[in-house]
Write a new protein. Structure first.
Length: 252
């Protein structure tokens, strides 16, 4: 079946839930992608597994995408080992009550995927009996893959991407940009950022101030050698000194 046919078949099976079929990717990597309401999530997964025309007997992976104010997209990829076609199922849950039904009883292989998504995004999977920490220590607070989560390591040290590739140390005028995942001053805690970690138009909130660009010596062009500084000329010897030198030579 083509990706278009897979998507159309999925829409027929879920009627009247009104899913939205589309195609992701292109060529040999094209996949049928079907957006379904959160209430129809389990029905969609079951239909993809049990329908003879789809026959998605292999659970590939499940994860989520943080869409900020719009909530989270939960995405699962299923595959038919007999018919050699794939299917992306996607549903959106709100940010405040991010809960979707578990599909572990339909695909036991979804167990670790749901645990990881719960741990990294804070999405609950109703019916999953063991949403225990999988990758992080039990005392860890927060969900690292949410876009509002602050990566403390990026605050604690300068970001290597603060300059554009090829920009010299003496480059002029452009202020360093703030690393991804680091909020503006005053938006998160009291931990100071190192010099150069502030965003455009901001002053560093701590650390040793960076030396202004105007105080740095200009670097020579690649392949060029710096010119030698001429030494001052030595003064010519006086006449008396010349006579003493000649007399010393005669007496030796």
């Amino acid at each position: 079946m083509t990706p278009e046919e897979v998507g159309s078949r999925m829409a027929e099976l879920l009627a009247p839930a009104e899913p939205t079929p589309s195609v992701s990717g292109g060529g040999r990597y094209a996949r049928a992608t079907v957006d379904v309401p959160a209430a129809s999530w389990r029905d969609a997964v079951r239909a993809a597994r049990d329908d003879a025309e789809l026959d998605c007997d292999f659970f590939d992976w499940l994860s989520a995408v943080d869409e900020l104010a719009e909530g989270f997209d939960v995405v699962a990829h299923l595959w038919s080992t007999r018919l050699r076609h794939g299917l992306l199922l996607r549903t959106r849950v709100p940010r405040e009550a991010s809960t979707v039904a578990s599909v572990v009883d339909l695909y036991p292989g979804a167990d670790w995927h749901e645990r990881e998504t719960h741990e990294m995004f804070g999405i609950d999977f109703a019916g999953h009996a063991g949403l225990r920490p999988l990758l992080l220590p039990p005392e860890f607070e927060g969900h690292p893959l949410r876009k509002e989560f602050v990566l403390a390591s990026r605050v604690a040290k300068p970001w290597p991407g603060a300059k554009e590739p090829g920009e010299s140390e003496a480059g002029g005028g452009r202020r360093p940009i703030r690393p991804p995942g680091v909020p503006a001053p005053g938006e998160w805690g009291t931990t100071p950022t190192p010099a150069g970690a502030g965003g455009a138009g901001e002053r560093p909130r701590g650390g040793t101030p960076a030396r202004p660009a105007g105080d740095r010596p200009a670097r020579p062009a690649p392949g060029a050698r710096p010119g030698r500084t001429d030494r001052p000329a030595r003064p010519a010897p006086s006449a008396d000194a010349a006579d003493r030198t000649e007399a010393d030579g005669d007496g030796s």
